[in-house]
Design a binder for this molecule. Structure first.
Ligand code: AKG
Ligand code: FE2
Length: 223
């Protein structure tokens, strides 16, 4: 399941991120991946080695944690690393899947990946984040301040930027529920439970769905 979080961060938070990012040197993105991916990864990054990464990570993770859709759809257990990335004209990131284990000294299993778009989509051409879906491609270019979140095992790429500059924060989530299908099932049950509560109140139907959700979590969550 791929889902979007419109306007995840506020205007003020957006400005704070841009301020920190503008004051920081980027390095070549090929440094943070193995040799094979370095061949197809053409971007610039601010990585966890840089001290400014800490307030950036904190702001983004707090914003994700306060978003109800993110919390229920991901069942996030741990987040550890974010990267800021920048693609100018001629830059792109070819088709790949992200590493299964990410971050040190405290590695996590990457169950979900996210991109927080920071640049106005009108200000650059290209730069869509694209997914393979059956024999189709699904391309996303979200407004600034919005997030797309997707299962990390999904093949994806960033199309070449041909004008302007694409700026984003990317990161990874370890979920309490490893299996994407089970994660989606619990999210559906949780949404059904909440819809029932909104329309019928906390009666018998709510109690049953609440019990089903709790027992799905008990069965499938790994803490
Ligand atoms: O910038 C993006 O939207 C995704 C970048 C990416 O795929 C990665 O850093 O692994
Ligand atoms: Fe990626």
């Amino acid at each position: 399941m791929i889902f979007c979080l419109p306007e995840l961060i506020t205007e003020d938070e957006h400005q704070a991120l841009l301020g920190w990012i503008r004051s920081t040197e980027f390095s070549h993105g090929g440094r943070t991946v193995g040799q094979a991916l370095a061949q197809i990864k053409h971007n610039d990054e601010i990585t966890g080695e840089q001290s400014i990464n800490q307030p950036i990570s904190r702001l983004v993770m707090q914003a994700l944690r306060r978003n109800e859709t993110f919390v229920s759809a991901t069942q996030a257990r741990t987040m550890n690393t974010v990267l800021v990335n920048r693609y100018g004209p001629g830059m792109f990131y070819g088709a790949h899947v992200d590493a299964p284990i990410i971050g040190h000294p405290n590695p996590i299993r990457s169950d979900l990946s996210f991109t927080l778009f920071l640049a106005d989509p009108e200000s650059y051409d290209g730069g869509e984040l694209v997914f393979e879906s059956g024999n189709q491609e699904m391309a996303f270019k979200l407004p600034a301040r919005s997030v797309i979140c997707y299962p990390t095992g999904q093949l994806h790429w960033v199309r070449e930027v041909t004008r302007g500059e694409r700026l984003a924060v990317v990161g990874w989530v370890q979920s309490l529920i490893r299996d994407p299908a089970m994660r989606e099932l619990q999210y559906d049950v949780l949404r059904a439970r909440n819809l029932v509560r909104a329309s019928l109140g906390q009666g018998e139907a709510f109690d049953l769905l609440n019990k089903a959700h709790a027992n799905l979590m008990r069965r499938y969550a790994e803490t």
